[in-house]
Design a binder for this molecule. Sequence first.
Ligand SMILES: [Zn+2]
Length: 309
Amino acid sequence: MRRLIPLIFLLFSCGGDIPTSFSSRPHSSSGELFFSAPVSAWLSTDYTVDTEMGGVPILLYHNISRKTGKYSVSPDEFRRHLEMLWQNGFYPVNLSELLGGLGCVPAGKKPVVITFDDARPTQFRYIIRGGSLVIDPLCAVGIMLDFHDRHPDFPARGVFFIPLDGTPFGQQKYIKRKITELSRLGFEIGNHTADHPNLRTVPEGKLGHEFGKVASFFERVLGFEARCFSGVAYPYGILPSVSVDSVRYRGRLYNISYAVGVNPVLCPSPKSREFSGSVMNLPRFEGTTRTIECLIRKNGIYISRGGRS
Ligand SMILES: [Zn+2]
């Protein structure tokens, strides 16, 4: 893991709107690597106005768990994050809605994207209650659905980036049911590669396997073409050494329509000129109480004028 760090510094040093210092911390179990910039650094990356040219926060979560640890937030804390966002006029959207221009966001609301990596069991778990199979109210999906029930003006939206290096969301016998149910509920599914490698070290000829195998898996599970699963989250936030917008896997061509990385800045507005240059490396940062408090104080966040302009 240590050898990855210089690569990331190089990647981040190439951008324009980049904080100047990072601390890096390896993830305790799966080896996810993230960055925590000083709050002052990314607070200083303001867009200048609060309009539809403002930036959009994309939050990243891993574990929703009472077990403490890096990249874990407790169910209570996650619920509090939703509460803070709701109270301050944020409005969850999926990444397809961001790419589509955010016409779904009501006037005066600020879009926020909530993403989850690694398909951890604490993100989506079924439990038996009263003899029936139900969604665990303490997992991420359960908390978001319950919050939406209590606050109908705060949609249950989120994007789950799924790798195939383990059992997606844990419970083997419910994989198909979970992926189908996520789609049915309006959540989005994304591709987190087959083996969760550092893509910088993957030869170009193997990228088809990393991206295509997951798309093919989604097709098999859901029974239709995977064109809506063309969003990618780079493991560890590290880009491949060559830019990739399509891959071939077992004779099929799979297009990649967007990709998310890790970078503690706001995503440019989809109505800005900068957006198209960001689509294959959309910035995300961890959802923590601290980052959400900063968002609440931050100027320059996208505010919808309403309508479908
Ligand atoms: Zn990951």
